[in-house]
Design a binder for this molecule. Structure first.
Ligand code: HXC
Length: 260
């Protein structure tokens, strides 16, 4: 595995569970372009590694990430931004096949909030705060914030967050279904690992197809989404894991999923 400057990758942090930790603590994990490329590269490697079934993405206790790197962006023109095309990296992250869980404590602001929402699930510490403060520096969310917050919170609350820059607490985020659960600050990473472990024992084939299907609910209308779900459901029957899972149930024993 090659050297990463701004993240730390632990492929076997727990059995079948990998950890990516954002590691720019002095800058509150501000997301510069290289850091995001490192995250995308790490996810690609972990996805190619059959020993990894679920990936946890975390920051520090003080900050998951305080947003895109303002110092790096400050002088850019619109055409610089267009040419740099940072969102192709974000698209790679969004298309990760394996379940991806964000373990969030402290600041999840701007691109940090958007990165957390790009993950499949969020486990939050009670100190976590989620916000889109871009309006305060004369810009706006660019990595999905206006879309994902609006879907989770509804128009009125999302509009307020995006137009005032005011963050919401972990508990409020939980109430709106933006995060899966909120735990004391000493426990958020362990809780994320617990959630990851419970998914890591499932068939990775079924998990991939199911993840794609849930995501379709955000990308299309119901008829199309149901059609997609049905195709993926049928496809699980092409796997050995489906035969193993159902045989194990009938034989009253635990299933041993191989990812085939
Ligand atoms: C670059 C950042 C940064 C950021 C913090 N730092 N956030 N550097 N980009 N987004 C740096 C600070 O400059 C400082 O370094 C160090 O991290 C510690 O931050 P402080 O401000 O001293 O800490 P504190 O007073 O505790 O305040 C924490 C904070 C504040 C409330 C999170 O740092 C803040 O408001 N940050 C910016 C949040 C934001 O606007 N995010 C949206 C960015 S735009 P130095 O060396 O100066 O002391 C965005 C667009 C996304 O995300 C679009 C798509 C990717």
């Amino acid at each position: 595995s090659h050297y990463m400057e701004f993240i730390t990758v632990t492929p076997a942090a727990r059995p079948r569970v990998a950890l990516i930790q954002l590691n720019r603590p002095k800058e509150l994990n501000a997301l510069n372009l290289q850091l995001m490329q490192e995250v995308a590269a790490a996810l690609k490697e972990l996805c190619a590694d059959d020993s990894v079934r679920v990936i946890v993405l975390t920051g520090s206790e003080r900050a998951f990430a305080a947003g895109a790197d303002i110092k790096q962006m400050a002088g850019r023109t619109a055409i610089d931004m267009l040419t740099i095309d940072q969102f192709s990296t974000w698209d790679q992250i969004r298309k990760t096949h394996k379940p991806l869980i964000a373990a969030v404590s402290g600041f999840a602001l701007g691109g940090g909030c958007e990165l957390a929402m790009t993950c499949d699930m969020i486990v939050a510490s009670e100190t976590a705060q989620f916000g889109q403060p871009e309006i305060r520096i004369g810009t706006m969310p660019g990595a999905g914030g206006t879309q994902r917050l609006t879907r989770a919170l509804g128009k009125a609350r999302a509009m307020e967050m995006v137009l005032t820059g005011q963050p919401i607490s972990a508990l409020e985020a939980e109430r709106h279904g933006l995060v899966n659960r909120v735990v004391p600050v000493g426990q958020y990473l362990e809780e994320a690992f617990r959630l990851a472990a419970s998914i890591a024992q499932m068939s990775p084939v079924a998990a991939r197809l199911a993840k794609e299907s849930v995501n379709r609910a955000f990308e299309t209308h119901l008829d199309e989404g149901l059609h997609f779900e049905r195709k993926n459901f049928y496809m699980t029957f092409a796997s050995e894991d489906q035969k193993e899972g159902m045989a194990a149930f009938v034989e009253k024993r635990p299933a041993d999923f191989k990812g085939r």
